[in-house]
Design a binder for this molecule. Structure first.
Ligand code: ATP
Length: 209
């Protein structure tokens, strides 16, 4: 099974890395692909350029878990980055393999606003990581949940796509927006993300550093 961890990664931080590792181990994934978003369709544009976000991801994953990979296909495409297109593109390379789109519960709640969001379940499972966040689901998402949620992770390996599974992960209240605020206010970001990423932010003057 392949995990697909999409994000803006503006910047990547330990909240991403630690939870990706926990999901990888819990679901016995063969690999986790970090997919940096090219041009986000559903949120404000990132503070760092696509090239800078990719560099930070490379720095963070250098020497990291051998199952972690970077998949930069969204950065190669022009126009808005739609997850449904990304998954269709990955699916064209892995016809049988179970694909698990890994999302935080905040991102999951927002799924009904995504382009062709229902088609995502034809292409991948959705694995939802709990975060310190009280979700409020739209009716359409509640209906999909009632049809597709599975309690047993073994169900994910039995079919290539279509299930929703909730995975407990360490609750790390780290977010990229908080990190950007800390940098802007000249506060320390130590222990929130890899040192190499912190050094890159400082050297390139990102986020007002
Ligand atoms: P921002 O604060 O700018 O919104 P973010 O920290 O949420 O950014 P993203 O790159 O937008 O980071 O998130 C990518 C994915 O990682 C999303 O599915 C998000 O829910 C998840 N995620 C981010 N931080 C955490 C965390 N601390 N714990 C679990 N999941 C996380």
């Amino acid at each position: 099974m392949i995990g697909i961890f999409g994000g803006t990664f503006d910047p990547i931080h330990y909240g991403h890395l630690r939870t990706a590792l926990e999901v990888c181990e819990a679901l016995e994934l063969d690999e986790v692909r970090f997919v940096p978003c090219g041009s986000p369709a559903h949120r404000s544009q990132p503070g760092a350029s696509a090239a800078q976000r990719l560099t930070m991801l490379q720095l963070a994953l250098d020497g990291a878990d051998s199952r972690f990979r970077i998949d930069d296909r969204e950065l190669q495409r022009v126009g808005p980055s739609y997850m449904v297109d990304t998954l269709a593109s990955i699916r064209s390379e892995f016809s049988e393999c179970a694909l698990c789109l890994v999302v935080g519960i905040d991102a999951f709640q927002g799924m009904p606003a995504w382009h062709r969001w229902r088609d995502i379940f034809k292409l991948a499972h959705v694995v939802v990581m709990e975060r310190p966040f009280e979700p409020s689901y739209a009716d359409a998402l509640e209906r999909i949940l009632s049809q597709r949620q599975v309690a047993d992770r073994a169900a994910l390996a039995k079919q290539p796509a279509g299930c929703i599974y909730f995975q407990d992960v360490s609750q790390l209240a780290i977010s990229a927006s908080r990190i950007r605020d800390l940098v802007r206010h000249r506060k320390s970001t130590q222990y929130l993300m890899p040192e190499a990423v912190r050094a890159f932010i400082a050297d390139s003057g990102l986020y007002g550093s």
